[in-house]
Design a protein around this ligand. Structure first.
Ligand SMILES: CC/C=C/CC(=O)SCCNC(=O)CCNC(=O)[C@H](O)C(C)(C)COP(=O)(O)OP(=O)(O)OC[C@H]1O[C@@H](n2cnc3c(N)ncnc32)[C@H](O)[C@@H]1OP(=O)(O)O
Length: 947
């Protein structure tokens, strides 16, 4: 994990060897500690250089280790030995020095960076803070303002910027390690005290309070509700106001608060989910590591509407030559000017020259005969798209890949009109395509693995986060959006206002509520699609009940809003009013209030008070429920893929992890229960019905006395100021594991992880006493969740690990409370989180059911026995029959990312695509068990433990 060599006869070279990023895993920390000890005690060694193998210094702590108890030597003492030593230590930074890797460098006496290296403290993006002294050392080195900016944003800086700031001592174009070796020799004999960052005094600006206050306001605005940046500011304040050792203590305490928080879990989950999504897999067995992509040097884009223009820019700026095609001269010229303007602005921003020479504009498809790949981005009309694909089939050379940017139409139907269905796939960009990071790569049943590999790899080249999805109406993102939008309008009917719904969603963490976002995206697009699909307009049978379509509940309010010419921001009126067309400042409109009141009285609807909790539950649980249907249908391979789509395409708040992860945090039992509740109240809304499997599971579950007991305890806490009801918005240990008592009082165990947000903990001894059996009771007391949604979810999502060890065990004196696989046991005064031994019951436990419909018929006999994990690996190659959600494609639902980075280009007149798709760190000791019973010891060998 680290190589030790003596070079130049007197320099110890320590090379971190933990591919791919030389993360500071337990063996690496061990190896650094041992190597430093050796170097400091060897009289031949006069200086030390630390570098990383394969041109990468260090990517920081091993994030995977965060999910379990800390093993091996804690990092800080290892690093302190470096600084305290009497021999100069030089960090040779190549590639990257991030997080703990950067902190390692800050403990060295000197730092040399290779000119291409990047440095930073990205911990905040993982929901934590730089807790190996980063918050105390960086301000001492570079001052409060610069350190504050780096720490609260997690921004990576270049070697040159690091030199300017005074973080590194030298930047070299040569090999950093060679340079550092020379540098180290020259440093021998020079005094080390001034090089020890811990001894420096933080330069304290006179306006410290104002500065920190401004930073606080800024992060609250930019990342509302996110804890880590606020904790970072507190830690930096300590660097300015406290001696080093006290500051370190403060840093550690703040870290302890963050480390076990649900937000940290969510953000770390996002990190890995994003990387998992790139590892696509198809039912055929083809996957990312056994399929070779083609190299794409030239491409064509058909249609220069909003989407087409963004796609041209995305391709050209990564060096791919692009032929852009339009149907009319005026549209072509307009598109040309806009693309050039966009590319020029983009190049200026990046400090490079615009690659205009890669562009060609034409009116003729004949010009496309030699391109490697075509992306069609014409109007969202199947007949038109089919004509284009037929034509492409004739014109393009046989090997050209044909892709469509449809936001939800049947990709296989398009493949069917070509002479090369295996070379057809969907590439669904999100609007504006040059800004939004998400790309859904749609695998048709006949798409070859090479085609998918090429589309995925091209997405990566363009800097997109690409996710492979199956071919069903709306694919994954827009398919899920429909039930979400439906719930929002149903809530309006029932008594809510657009402002109230938006506020609840914004408080949850969305940058914009659903109605404000719809106003931004434009309401007319969805209206037109609804008219085309016969949901509204003259084609609707007058005898049809106004609030029903095909036997399902339908809300005509969005149509009524459009009938008044209210198309959103662009017309100055929509769900809100604006001072003028194009204005972005949304104000509540009494006319909308009147419209809603008139509507309700017309249909005899008695408006009721709707809580924020109901808004969140109905809008978001229905989203996750559809996600489960998508998994069941095989249209997404994993919950991570769905979450990544929502994070990058629909601005789902990252600190909530995505709709699927959020559901797991709330507790799937709870989600199921609430969905059942709402479905009973609204039986004509099929999307509220929990997916079949979950429903069946709940019906068969045995009610346990144990559960009642836990509920009784939880209930008895109701009303206490220090025990707040869980709104699902804050996370405790039970939630993180998806095991929540039905009554949902979070803090009854006294070790809820939400204490940062909620009230201080209360000693459990002060709880009203509820008798709890001392010994584990008979297994039959437990609830059988083996076929429940929870179980299924956990099986298909190995990434949803059990929570890290809960803190404050001293507060807990309850013997056994968890249900299902995990129980909390008190053993010799230690609280342990123990995996339950296998349950042997009379009734055979039903294995998680596999939807036979998700298997291709010829494979079913062999795949029947597979686990759920195996069967959901790849998107199913079929066209499923869910109702079309293409109508929602105009709404890039919640667009925080979009808003931040969108350029001011006017996206008004669309030539061809009316659809613009919317666009204590853990106490180091491990649990010591003195004399528990043997069976427990065996179980505990391989479990999570707490002190
Ligand atoms: C008390 C001390 C506390 C310290 C706190 C910390 O240090 S927290 C960690 C801070 N570091 C980071 O946040 C860096 C995270 N990593 C990255 O940003 C990028 O991975 C990279 C280092 C810039 C490299 O990017 P690149 O695009 O080249 O590769 P990938 O992102 O695809 O990563 C390759 C694989 O490596 C895994 N990985 C990367 N970093 C870590 C890490 N810190 N811990 C564990 N694993 C890491 C990544 O998941 C990829 O794995 P695959 O299995 O191949 O998907």
């Amino acid at each position: 994990m680290a190589r030790y060599e003596l070079v130049k006869r007197s320099v110890a070279l320590i090379t971190l060897t933990n591919p791919p990023v030389n993360a500071l895993s337990s063996p690496v920390r061990h190896a650094i500690a041992n190597s430093m000890e050796r170097a400091l005690s060897d009289p031949k060694v006069r200086a030390v250089v630390i570098c990383g193998e394969n041109g990468r210094f260090c990517g920081g702590a091993d994030i995977r280790e965060f999910a379990g108890p800390l093993r091996g030597p804690p990092l800080i003492p290892v690093l302190e030995a470096i600084e305290a030593g009497d021999k100069p230590v030089v960090a040779a930074i190549e590639g990257m020095a991030l997080g703990g890797g950067f902190e390692l460098a800050l403990f060295c006496h000197y730092r040399i960076a290779q000119s291409k290296a990047r440095l930073g403290l990205p911990e905040v993006t993982l929901g934590i803070l730089p807790a190996a002294g980063g918050t105390q050392r960086l301000p001492r080195l570079i001052g409060i303002p610069a350190a504050l900016e780096m720490i609260t944003t997690g921004r990576h800086i270049s070697a040159q910027e690091a030199l300017k700031l005074g973080i590194v001592d030298q930047v070299t174009d040569q090999n950093a390690c060679e340079t550092a070796l020379e540098f180290a020799l020259k440093a021998v004999g020079k005094p080390l005290s001034p090089r020890r960052v811990s001894t420096l005094t933080t330069p304290c600006p006179p306006d410290l309070d104002a500065l920190l206050e401004a930073a606080t306001m800024q992060v609250k605005k930019k990342t509302p509700g996110v804890m880590a940046p606020l904790a970072c500011i507190q830690a930096v304040r300590a660097a300015a106001t406290m001696p080093y050792s006290k500051g370190m203590k403060q840093e550690s305490e703040l870290m302890a608060t963050l480390f076990n928080s649900g937000q940290a879990r969510a953000l770390q989950y996002c990190f890995f989910a994003q990387r998992t999504a790139g590892k696509w897999t198809l039912p055929s067995g083809a996957q990312w590591n056994n399929s070779k992509p083609r190299e794409i040097r030239s491409a064509a884009v058909i249609g220069l509407g909003t989407m087409g223009r963004g796609i041209v820019v995305s391709l050209a700026r990564v060096g791919i030559s692009v032929i852009a095609v339009e149907s009319e001269k005026k549209l072509l010229e307009n598109g040309r000017q806009m693309v050039i303007g966009m590319l020029e602005r983009d190049a200026k921003r990046r400090g490079v020259s615009a690659s205009l020479n890669l562009l060609k504009f034409t009116l003729s498809l004949q010009d496309l005969k030699d391109v490697d790949l075509v992306i069609e981005a014409v109007f969202e009309d199947m007949a038109l798209k089919k004509r284009v694909f037929q034509e492409l089939s004739k014109v393009c050379r046989p090997g050209t890949l044909l892709c469509t940017n449809t936001s939800g139409l049947d990709v296989d139907a398009l493949a069917g009109v070509t002479d090369r269905p295996h070379l057809v796939a969907g590439m669904h960009f999100f609007s504006p395509a040059h800004v939004m990071k998400l790309l859904e790569v749609v695998c048709g049943p006949r798409s070859s693995s090479e085609t998918i590999a090429t589309a995925m790899s091209l997405g990566k080249k363009m800097g997109k986060v690409s996710v492979a999805v199956g071919n069903c109406p709306g694919f994954v993102g827009n398919r899920m959006l429909k039930p979400y939008l439906d719930q929002a309008t149903f809530l309006l009917e029932e008594g809510a206002t657009p402002e109230q719904i938006d506020k609840a969603l914004e408080d949850f963490g969305f940058a914009m509520g659903v109605f404000r976002m719809s106003d931004l995206a434009g309401l007319d697009v969805g209206w037109r699609v609804r008219k085309e699909s016969g949901l509204t307009g003259p084609d609707v049978d007058p005898k049809n009940p106004p609030r029903k379509r095909q036997g399902r509940r339908y809300c005509p309010i969005p149509d009524m809003v459009c009938e008044q010419g209210r198309f959103g921001q662009k017309t100055g009126r929509g769900w809100y009013k604006y001072d003028k067309p194009g204005d972005t400042n949304a104000k509540p409109d009494p006319l909308i209030q009147n419209l809603l009141e008139t509507y309700r009285s017309r249909y005899g609807i008695q408006p009721r008070n709707i809580s924020d909790q109901e808004i969140i539950e109905r809008c978001l649980f229905v989203l996750a429920n559809e996600g489960f249907r998508i998994l069941e249908d095989g249209m997404a391979a994993r919950p991570e893929d769905i979450d990544v789509i929502y994070l990058f395409g629909y601005a789902f708040p990252r600190h909530r992890g995505g709709p699927m992860f959020y559901a797991s945090m709330v507790g799937l039992e709870r989600v199921l229960e609430r969905l059942e509740h709402y479905h009973q109240a609204h039986p004509d809304v099929p999307h509220l019905e929990p997916i079949t499997m979950a429903y069946t599971g709940a019906q068969k579950a045995l009610k346990s006395d144990k559960l009642d007991e836990a509920q009784a305890l939880a209930k008895s806490c109701a009303g206490r100021p220090d025990f707040l009801p869980c709104d699902g918005l804050s996370i405790c240990a039970t939630h993180s594991h998806g095991k929540c008592f039905k009554l949902h009082w979070c803090c009854h165990l006294g070790w809820c992880h939400c204490k940062y947000v909620y009230q201080p903990m209360t000693n459990v001894a002060q709880l009203p006493s509820t008798p709890v059996p001392a010994a584990p009771s008979d297994c039959t007391d437990t609830i059988d969740l083996s076929i429940s949604l929870t179980e299924r979810f956990l099986r298909i999502s190995p990434c949803f690990l059990p929570p890290p060890c809960p803190e404050s065990p001293k507060y807990c004196n309850i013997a056994e409370l968890f249900i299902d696989d995990y129980i909390v046991k008190r053993i010799n005064g230690k609280m342990c989180y123990v995996q339950r031994p296998p349950i042997h019951t009379e009734a055979p436990s039903t294995p998680p059911q596999i939807n036979p419909a998700s298997l291709t018929p010829q494979k079913q006999h062999t795949e029947d026995k597979q686990t759920v994990e195996e069967t959901v690996k790849g998107p199913k190659m079929g066209h499923c029959s869910s109702p079309s959600s293409s109508e929602d494609s105009g709404i890039n639902a919640l667009g925080g990312h979009y808003l931040e980075s969108c350029e001011e280009e006017s996206e008004d007149e669309l030539s061809t695509d009316g659809h613009s798709s919317p666009g204590s760190l853990w106490d180091q000791d491990e649990c010591t068990l003195l004399s528990p019973s043997k069976s427990i010891v065996e179980i505990i060998e391989n479990i999570e433990t707490t002190v």
